[in-house]
Design a protein around this ligand. Structure first.
Ligand SMILES: NC(=O)c1ccc[n+]([C@@H]2O[C@H](COP(=O)([O-])OP(=O)(O)OC[C@H]3O[C@@H](n4cnc5c(N)ncnc54)[C@H](O)[C@@H]3O)[C@@H](O)[C@H]2O)c1
Length: 256
């Protein structure tokens, strides 16, 4: 890691970092000079991403944690602070989908999605913010979605992703005086295991699914995890210190 790197050894926490957008973000933040706590339910996946972070020149800590479990979150943040250093960047990326039309959506479909996205982001932010306010510098980035604008079959997910936008704006208002910014990224279609699972659910080959999606996107391609990682890298940089409470749609066009 070069001394001139923007992260300068600061500690970043990325949730849902075993794969997909979270893994790409962890690797990108390592390239930017951050030490990275790689957090996920999937501990083997965490270890694999931590290996990629180290290859990219960063220090890494793999942390198995369920972001919706309050004691586990407190323990994870305490362990990260002790073993890697006080976390001053938090990317709330862990997520699940439980798609169903409203009349078929179960209580569990609703509760589990709220639990991971909203409760998870709340618990992680509450546990990490004290390290940011102590440092007088911090960055929180929450993963919303174009689905926040409404999406058939996603009453639970769209409500959670819209909720994250309000949560982000309130964090920006409360934490700004401590040098902490909070922003949300709302991705469009990003090729990951999450969108591959959606293709499988509707009975489509993933390549055909991506090609069909690309036709509807102004830049004529689907997104890749690195598109989101790059936006995170900007939002956690010193250059973005006057950007707070914003939702950046990263979708290859102005709309979903
Ligand atoms: N892929 C897309 O098109 C897209 C679009 C908009 C928003 N997003 C959002 O971006 C984020 C990442 O999406 P992705 O496509 O990389 O998904 P993904 O399914 O590939 O990865 C999500 C990761 O979150 C982890 N996770 C799930 N529940 C968890 C929990 N309770 N505690 C800790 N980790 C948990 C999973 O184990 C997995 O590794 C999600 O919040 C998702 O909703 C994705």
């Amino acid at each position: 890691m070069s001394e001139a790197a923007p992260g300068s050894g600061r500690v970043a926490v990325v949730t849902g970092a075993a794969r997909g957008i979270g893994a790409a973000t962890a690797v990108r933040l390592a390239r930017e000079g951050f030490a990275v706590a790689v957090c996920d339910l999937d501990e083997a996946g965490c270890a694999a991403t931590a290996g990629r972070v180290e290859e990219a020149g960063g220090r890494a800590l793999a942390v198995g944690v369920d972001v919706s479990d309050a004691p586990a979150v407190e323990a994870a943040i305490a362990r990260i602070a002790a073993e890697l250093g006080p976390p001053v960047v938090l990317v709330n990326n862990a997520g699940i989908i439980r798609d169903n039309l409203l009349f078929r959506m179960s209580d569990d479909d609703w509760d589990s999605v709220m639990s991971v996205h909203l409760r998870g982001a709340f618990l992680m932010s509450r546990a990490a913010q004290r390290h940011m306010t102590d440092a007088g510098w911090g960055r929180i980035v929450n993963l919303s979605s174009v689905s926040a604008l409404g999406n058939r079959g996603q009453a639970n997910y769209s409500a959670a992703k819209a909720g994250l936008q309000g949560f982000t704006k309130t964090l920006a208002i409360e934490l700004g005086r401590f040098g902490v910014t909070a922003n949300a990224i709302a991705p469009g279609f990003i090729a990951t295991e999450m969108t591959a699972a959606t293709a499988a659910r509707v009975g489509m080959d993933f390549e055909e699914f991506k090609q069909a999606a690309a036709k509807e996107i102004p830049v004529r391609r689907v997104g890749v995890p690195e598109d989101i990682a790059g936006t995170v890298a900007f939002l956690v940089s010193d250059d973005a210190s006057f950007v707070s409470g914003q939702v950046i749609y990263v979708a290859g066009g102005p709309r979903a």
